[in-house]
Design a protein around this ligand. Structure first.
Ligand code: HEC
Length: 109
């Protein structure tokens, strides 16, 4: 029963996404790793507005490692960081609207 109550409270707490006041980052799994490694040289806003797929995030990281002096991560940390970024700042769906139908697909007048 105690477990159930705890799970219930946890559910309420995690329902709304909490934002870290210092960095503006969403607080969820991997937040600490991202805060410690990604807000050293620039503000988090540099990438919270960037959004991208996992591949795009990895490309940004590799680019910074090759040209901006970003350190190497051990595979586990890198995985945590990428999962955090891809989960919390995923590629934006540009438009949810379907394209306009061509005339021959419209119902007859
Ligand atoms: C060693 C310093 C350093 C660290 C640490 C660092 N960055 Fe950067 N990052 C830079 C610099 C320098 C730029 C370019 C700034 C500019 O264009 O004004 C940049 C730019 C970016 C960009 C924009 C360019 C692009 O590829 O879209 C993103 C996104 C980004 N960083 C994400 C991250 C993430 C995520 C982390 C943590 C894994 C991180 N950064 C950690 C130095 C760093």
């Amino acid at each position: 029963m105690k477990k159930l109550i705890f799970a219930f409270i946890l559910g309420i707490v995690s329902y709304g996404v909490e934002i870290d006041p210092d960095t503006g980052l969403k607080i969820s799994k991997g937040f600490e790793e991202v805060k410690n490694n990604c807000t050293v040289c620039h503000a988090a806003s540099m990438f919270t507005s960037a959004r991208g797929s996992r591949e795009e995030w990895l490309a940004s990281i590799r680019w910074m490692q090759e040209t901006q002096g970003l350190w190497e991560f051990d595979p586990e940390t890198e995985n945590i960081i990428l999962t955090y970024l891809e989960t919390n700042y995923p590629q934006e769906v540009t438009s949810r609207r379907r394209p306009i139908l061509s005339k021959d697909l419209l119902p007859p007048k």
